[in-house]
Design a binder for this molecule. Structure first.
Ligand code: G3H
Ligand code: 13P
Ligand code: ZN
Length: 311
């Protein structure tokens, strides 16, 4: 199975009322953990790469590792640029073999967002690559950009048809109350998402795939393990899994997960190092991190995304 774009994956996900997991990748252990889980459960997969990941691991290394995942698993895999901030980074990823890119124009005005998104769509579609746009602004941290809760803004449903028609995007990320990172809601408060906005967007764009960023659940088991073995994370609260399942049964076809992967990896590494303080072979503490990633992704596929057996 070669690389695929997200187009067919999303058509099937929309019709089947499930979602595809878009997992952020930064190194070999993360890619292997995700790919092994998806292969065992025969799940379609989006591996996404941020600008920070390209800076850390470098484009060529990541592409070769993802090539290996495609060859090894035989799965349909889409390679996606996460939060492309301008035309140039999108073009570089399209030229470098990605099958999907996100142009995140959410920090711009509506008209400027349309202009940059349309430019990326024209270049991407000429090269057979799909494009995700964004309307509305999530709170949280991406790379070095920190959007405070006050600066975050929900997507305005009355803008989505015009945005999609004028840009030609293939999918749209919307802001309904999720946020990036591990600290999404105040501890002790009840997490709330604006399903009414998702409902209205879905009604205005029938059959059109919607993307949910900031969708980690911040699984308590990993935070507890990190803190039990020397970590000092404050109370962290994520998106409840039943809300993600509800979104997946609606118009959401792509669910972005990064923070849960980071927590799973860190919990595995911290525990392994704490239990064997004399150990200095990286394979001995990275392997448990990779195992945690695999278990986490299997859990997401089976119990959150609903895409088991859909590859
Ligand atoms: O949305 C942001 C992702 O979690 C990527 O994070 O930019 O630190 O790689 P990063
Ligand atoms: P989390 O921080 O909730 O994992 O969100 C990741 C994301 O949206 C990547 O684009
Ligand atoms: Zn995101």
């Amino acid at each position: 199975m070669p690389y695929v774009t997200s187009t067919e994956m999303f058509q099937k996900a929309y019709a089947g009322k499930y979602a595809i997991g878009a997992f952020n990748v930064n190194n070999m252990e993360i890619i292997q953990g995700i790919a092994d889980a998806a292969q065992e459960l025969s799940a379609p997969l989006i591996l996404q790469v941020s600008a920070g990941a390209r800076k850390y691991a470098r484009h060529t290394y990541l592409m070769k590792l993802i090539d290996a995942a495609v060859e090894d698993t035989g799965l349909p895999i889409c390679v996606h640029l996460d939060h492309g901030e301008d035309f140039d980074v999108c073009r570089s990823c399209i030229d470098g073999g990605f099958t999907s890119v996100m142009i995140d124009g959410s920090k711009h005005s509506f008209e400027e967002n349309i202009a940059v998104t349309k430019r990326v769509v024209e270049y991407a579609h000429d090269h057979g690559v799909a494009v995700e746009g964004e309307l509305g602004k999530l709170a949280g941290i991406e790379d070095d950009v920190n959007v405070s809760a006050e600066d975050a803004s929900y997507t305005r449903p009355e803008e989505v048809e015009e945005f999609v028609a004028r840009t030609g995007v293939d999918s749209l990320a919307i802001a309904i109350g999720t946020s990036h990172g591990a600290y999404k809601f105040k501890p002790g408060t009840k997490p709330q998402l604006r399903f009414d906005i998702l409902e209205q967007v879905g009604a205005r764009l029938p059959g059109f795939p919607i993307v949910l960023h900031g969708a980690s659940s911040v699984i308590p088991e990993y935070v507890e393990t990190i803190n039990a073995f020397g970590g000092k994370m404050p109370d962290a609260v994520g998106i409840p899994e039943d809300m993600l399942r509800q979104a997946a049964a609606m118009a959401v076809c792509k669910i972005n997960i990064d923070s849960d992967l980071r927590l799973a990896m860190t919990a595995g590494v911290r525990k392994a190092l704490a239990e064997a303080p004399a150990e200095f072979d990286p394979r001995k503490y990275l392997a448990p991190g990779r195992e945690n990633i695999k278990a986490l992704v299997a859990h997401k596929i089976k119990h959150v995304l609903g895409c088991e057996g859909k590859a």
